[in-house]
Design a protein around this ligand. Structure first.
Ligand SMILES: Cc1ncc(COP(=O)(O)O)c(C=O)c1O
Length: 408
């Protein structure tokens, strides 16, 4: 058997050729050049067309009545919270295993995040924890379709309805995911997406809000454009910031959207292949198959690593060994959000009304998210665009480490 790469042997995954990300097409360049030459670079310019076009196409792709493009995915969540009429001092439930924006957006509108646990099998909000942690001050939930794996709406929606909460779907990871034939982002009250360059639909930066609710959409249009209604430049009907997406990014995103379906199909084929390969390895656990997931979008690929099945080899050392074998894994988000320095009581207090009693976040302990942080291993979605030989090399590299674990 070949020597471990960490000990100077050959890489087990030398055939894994991970494509560069982000990628663009000839049409991406043509659209951007067209926009630049038009001299209409901002959506309020007279000749602007691209952001409008992108919103229409994105709404159509999601079968949503409205889409409002914004500067990034963080601002999209802030706008969605405003569209749900969140007021300073309100309490909003959020998961602790996600990018910080899911929870920090809540403080940006003066509201108080309250963390709910996640199901370690899916990394998504645990509906039982929602029912347990809701209080009289809770007005809604921002849930995440983590890594593109959708929240279980059959379990979640009855809890949300029972407690009269709004549901914002943070679908930053889930471009193209479907639940029972319906695109995520449109099942709850408002859905938000990110087009930051690491995402499956990359525009450098960018975000969007989708909804079927006419009243919320009207509020969203008003608030994303510094309180303007219609074309009048210096008349403002609400106090708000400028959250607009630029025309240049709108032009780019129109072209990027064209290739999403085909890329997702390739990712899905490779995802299924990888899951099959990994499921043969004792100590590696992937997310459960579910017939209600009728299409998958991707941002990350996760599996859980059980040290005990690898003779107690620490996850950190396993990641190091797998990197050396040519597989670009990482530990992912690393810690629950309530353990982030940014969630110290003092930081949160500086964002919310003085009368609000802010919880001691750093003392919180939720078992599901702790289990995820202890065991999670992450691959970026572009790995799933590699060819099948490269995908097959991933489980092979793990087997190699397992076979020689005594040498690490
Ligand atoms: C789950 C989640 N929500 C929100 C965001 C924020 O998006 P953006 O970086 O476009 O502000 C991200 C970005 O990584 C994310 O992963």
């Amino acid at each position: 058997m070949a020597e471990l790469a960490l000990r100077g042997g050959p890489e087990a995954a030398s055939t894994l050729d991970v494509p560069e990300w982000p990628q663009h097409t000839v049409e991406s360049i043509e659209n951007v050049v067209d926009c630049l030459e038009s001299n209409a670079w901002c959506r309020v310019s007279e000749d602007a067309k691209w952001v409008d076009q992108f919103e229409d196409r994105y709404a159509e792709y999601h079968d949503a009545d409205h889409a409002i493009a914004v500067a990034n995915g963080t601002v999209a969540i802030e706008l969605a919270l405003k569209m749900c009429d969140v007021r300073p001092g309100d309490e909003v439930l959020v998961p602790p295993y996600t990018f910080i924006a899911t929870a920090s957006a809540v403080t940006s509108v003066g509201a108080v995040p309250r963390f709910v646990d996640v199901d370690p099998k899916t990394y998504n909000v645990d509906p039982e924890s929602v029912a347990e942690r809701v209080t009289d001050d809770t007005v809604g939930l921002v849930g995440v379709h983590f890594a593109g794996y959708p929240m279980d709406f059959d379990e979640l929606l009855p809890v949300v309805d029972e407690h009269d909460l709004f549901l914002i779907e943070d679908a930053a990871h889930a471009q193209g995911t479907e639940w029972n034939g319906e695109k995520v982002g449109t099942v709850g009250d408002v859905g938000t997406f990110s087009f930051q360059e690491s995402k499956a639909l990359p525009g450098g930066e960018g975000g969007i809000v989708v909804t079927d609710d006419d009243v919320r959409a009207e509020q969203g249009h008003l608030l994303h454009n510094i309180g303007r209604q219609g074309g009048e430049a210096y008349r403002h009907y609400a106090l708000s910031s400028n959250k607009r997406l630029s025309e240049v990014q709108g032009a780019l995103l129109c072209a990027q959207l064209e290739k999403l379906t085909e890329e997702n199909e390739r990712r899905r084929r490779n995802h299924d292949r990888l899951v099959k390969g990994l499921s043969a390895i004792d100590g590696i656990e992937t997310k459960p198959a579910d017939d209600r997931i009728t299409a998958r979008g991707f941002c990350l690929f996760n599996f859980r690593y059980r040290e005990a099945a690898f003779d107690g080899l620490s996850k950190e050392r396993f990641i190091e060994a797998l990197n050396a074998e040519g597989v670009p894994v990482s530990e992912g988000y690393g810690r629950p959000l309530y353990r982030q320095p940014a969630f110290s009581r003092e930081h949160v207090e500086s964002h919310v009304p003085r009368s609000v009693d802010v919880p001691a976040y750093n003392n919180l302990s939720l078992p599901g998210v702790q289990e995820v942080t202890r065991t999670n291993v992450t691959l970026p979605h572009e790995v799933l665009l590699a060819d099948s030989d490269g995908i097959d090399a991933i489980p092979r590299a793990i087997e190699k480490i397992k076979d020689q674990v005594d040498r690490l």
